[in-house]
Design a protein. Structure first.
Length: 313
């Protein structure tokens, strides 16, 4: 099997490529840069075949993917800077990547009659209420540009393909790139008090764990919509921060202890700052995974422990 993976300079694409290599599956990485530009960490992705593609260039996408003749595409590439997406000068580019690039890939996958996996987000919903969003729910109402363009990407996939996986994820963290954990750890080094929102609820997703599941899925024909995060229950960003610092102390970093850093819970309105509206309810119903024979991810608490050890804080 040969799998083309987009967005390999990002957190998820990086880990998907390494998971493919671990299983002896041929992986071809792609991104916008001329050469691989992700973390130079010595992992398999750094030496695996790489293909530069501007996903917004339909002719280039078609020519290069057809030349490679992959058996499947895992589409991880996206504009994910949520606040920057609200800037008027960026919106054309955001839509070009999240919708246009996805549509270009979907058309080629249809032409080759191969499956496509599209990584989406809970931001396609309005984030209201407390009930977990079900994967086949079509009550779409994105709150921001990022969410609306990712939804447009979903629709491009289903309008062009029968063989597709649409996998919605949330609260992502991985070793290759910036994320909430790295941000909060850095903030804890320079501040003795942090304010963190406690009215946005969801579950973190470790890309290392997610990559395993995605590779499991792409080798099946169990197509459709799925929701994936780590297990371990629903939490707020405040709860997540408290656990990050607690585990950091356990790993020998007393500077993150409660006597050094005070973490205060605040509402989204009190916190302010964000240009893009954020969903309050990012709870995702993952019951479709075991129902289709897929093994759920480990708990987010366990994932956090492994991640903190991996990044060597």
């Amino acid at each position: 099997m040969k799998v083309l993976v987009t967005g390999v300079a990002g957190q998820l694409g990086h880990d998907v490529m390494n998971e493919l290599a671990k299983r002896g599956i041929d992986g071809i990485g792609s991104d916008i840069a001329d050469t691989y530009s992700g973390a130079d960490d010595g992992s398999a992705v750094t030496t695996m075949p790489y293909l530069p593609i501007d996903l917004t260039d339909a002719e280039a996408v078609e020519a290069r993917i057809i030349f490679e003749q992959p058996d499947a595409v895992i589409h991880c590439a996206a504009w994910t800077a949520v606040d920057a997406a609200e800037e008027e000068e960026n919106q054309y580019k955001v839509r070009g990547i999240n919708f246009g690039g996805t549509k270009n890939i979907a058309k080629v996958c249809s032409q080759l009659n191969i499956p496509m996996m599209y990584i989406s987000t809970d931001y396609v919903f309005d984030g209201q209420g407390t009930k977990p969003w079900e994967p086949d729910c079509n009550d779409f109402k994105p709150l921001n540009v990022y969410g609306s363009t990712k939804l447009a990407g979903e629709q491009a996939v289903i309008n062009n393909l029968d063989k597709y996986f649409i996998v919605r994820i949330a609260w992502v963290f991985g070793t290759n790139g910036n994320n909430f954990i790295k941000t909060i750890l850095n903030a804890g080094k320079s501040h003795n008090q942090l304010k963190v929102v406690n009215d946005q609820i969801g579950t973190p997703t470790y890309t290392y764990d997610l990559a395993r599941l995605l590779v499991d899925m792409i080798q099946t024909d169990k197509y459709g919509y799925y929701h994936v995060t780590n297990e371990g229950g629903y939490i707020s960003w405040y709860d997540f921060t408290k656990e990050i610092f607690r585990q950091a102390v356990e790993l020998g970093h007393p500077e993150y202890g409660e006597d050094c850093v005070t973490v205060l819970p605040v509402t989204t309105e009190e916190y302010g700052v964000s240009k893009a509206a954020r969903p309050f309810n990012s709870r995702l119903d993952k019951s479709k995974l075991p129902a289709n024979g897929f093994e759920p991810l480990p708990t987010w608490q366990d994932a956090l422990k492994r991640y903190l050890q991996e990044i060597e804080i």
